[in-house]
Design a protein around this ligand. Structure first.
Ligand SMILES: [Zn+2]
Length: 492
């Protein structure tokens, strides 16, 4: 049995000013897909390992690539992805397709790229070849996606820690039904947007929503039930959280009832997910007086949420207390160039910050010593996306008094402490560590942090959704609109 396998991972943010290009994906093709991800911690790794352990299965690797979260993918890039899949699938004559997708991609002129990709695949393989996908629960799930697959499931944790486990679960469920995957899928949309800092799947109400789905799985009503709290920063018409259940056709009505009940429960308890944030100067002042290493989250500029990673907001709050030891990150290519030209040990005067998204923070003039220069490459060693290779495209550590700024040429997802360690900085040596990430840092810094503050700050992934310049999103939607009536129904 030949099973095509692939990965296309891109999460878009409509408010990110940096468009995504084909070259932003670290694509590999054919056998390299397997050598890169076999045994690692990504969703596709779990899929590969479960499928390869089955006798009689031959994997046909298509492509695998992850792009940093950014603006909409340029149209040529999207067309190139569709072409790459089409060409390989047409040559392969496979018996099934298994994919690791994100679900919140955007391309120029295409609001539902994953739906388009899946419809293209369905057009090639026909109605009888199973198409099975795993998704990030921050995906924006559409009817087109659901209609063109036989089985889908998403991460069940946020902060995420079940990348590989989700791949294993999807692959096992598929293997159990290897000779007859006959399903119905129901989708219910909830007109609500939650920011990443405002919830945790281990706590109510999200835990209660997930418990209903787990109960329905245990009772045999559904094969898989997923709750997608969606990435909120997508300015497209069809947006919102979704509940998706996959069931045997004879359980279709009962499965639909579970999906509606779960969606209504989420809606009724949405007010429990309002987040608390601290002003930058207050966070720095409080952190200074606490014991241990304190993490300050610049979540509004998290590259993993669509920020540019160039915000100077925390730096500006640190400068008045620069004697306190701290380490932060700022993406600023010209500053890296200036540091490289000057060399290690030199003192430079440079502008830093606000170089990519000046609407969210201002450049700051600093006098700094160039402490370290490096290529800025590291492999994630922690629980989150273990094995993923990060590349800052060249980096410098600039020091102002006791503030250590890891300055990168490229935007990187900097929730892994490796961003500091690869440049010779040990986060535990610092009083304050600035991390441009949202709740994921609770997993990546779990062993280190003595406390955490979530900054109230402007940015492409700010938690204050009402401040963003929305244009296309269908209203009403909570929390942009407070007075919405809602009754959960299956989306047709
Ligand atoms: Zn996610």
């Amino acid at each position: 049995m030949k099973i095509a396998i692939g990965q296309i991972h891109h999460e878009a943010n409509s408010f990110c000013v940096v468009p995504t290009q084909w070259g932003d994906f670290d694509f590999v093709f054919g056998e390299e897909v397997l050598t890169r991800w076999r045994g690692a911690g990504m969703m596709i790794s779990g899929m590969i390992d479960v499928l390869e352990a089955q006798p009689g299965i031959e994997l046909v690797p298509l492509l695998a690539g992850v792009a940093p979260i950014g603006g909409s993918l340029v149209r040529e890039g999207f067309d190139a992805i569709v072409d790459a899949i089409t060409t390989r699938l047409q040559q392969a004559d496979v018996d099934a397709v298994v994919l690791d997708l994100h679900g919140a991609m955007l391309a120029d002129g295409v609001d539902d790229p994953e739906g388009e990709i899946l419809a293209t695949i369905r057009g090639i393989v026909g109605p009888d070849v199973p198409v099975v996908i795993g998704l990030d629960c921050h995906g924006n799930i559409t009817r087109k996606m659901v209609d063109n697959v036989d089985l889908l499931d998403g991460y069940r944790t946020y902060p995420h820690r079940d990348y590989r486990e989700t791949g294993e679960r999807v692959a096992r469920l598929f293997v159990e039904h290897l000779h007859g995957l006959n399903t119905v899928r129901h989708l219910v949309r909830v007109p609500a947007l939650f920011t990443a800092g405002s919830y945790d799947t281990d706590k109510p109400p999200f835990r209660d929503v997930l418990d209903v789905l787990r109960g329905a799985e245990a009772a045999g009503i559904i094969l898989a039930g997923s709750f997608y709290p969606v990435q909120p920063w997508l300015d497209i018409e069809m947006h919102g959280c979704t509940i998706v259940v996959t069931a045997h056709p004879d359980q279709g009505d009962a499965a639909a009832a579970i999906a509606c009940r779960t969606a209504q429960l989420l809606w009724d308890r949405r007010e429990e997910c309002r987040a608390e944030f601290t002003a930058p100067a207050d966070a720095v002042r409080q952190a200074r007086d606490m014991s241990g290493t304190i993490v300050i989250s610049e979540g509004g500029d998290a590259v993993s949420g669509g920020g540019c990673g160039d915000s100077s907001v925390l730096l500006q709050a640190l400068l008045p207390v620069s004697e306190v030891s701290s380490a932060i990150t700022i993406c600023d290519a010209p500053a890296v160039d200036a540091a490289t030209a000057a060399g290690v040990g030199a003192t430079i005067t440079t502008l830093i910050g606000g170089s990519l998204a000046p609407q969210f923070s201002d450049p700051v003039r600093i006098d700094a010593e160039v402490v370290t220069l490096g290529d800025g490459v590291w492999i994630n060693e922690g629980e989150v996306m273990r094995g993923f290779r990060n590349d800052m495209g060249g980096a410098a550590v600039l020091r102002c008094d006791n503030i250590h700024i890891v300055c990168s040429r490229k935007r990187v997802m900097s929730w892994d402490p490796g961003v500091f360690r690869c440049m010779g900085i040990e986060p535990t040596d610092m009083k304050i560590v600035g991390v441009k990430a949202q709740r994921t840092l609770e997993t990546t810094y779990g062993d280190i942090l003595s406390g955490v503050f979530w900054l109230d700050m402007p940015g492409a992934c700010t938690a204050n959704l009402t401040q963003l310049p929305w244009q296309r999103i269908q209203r009403p939607i909570w929390p942009l609109d407070q007075d919405c009536a809602y009754r959960a129904t299956i989306e047709e």
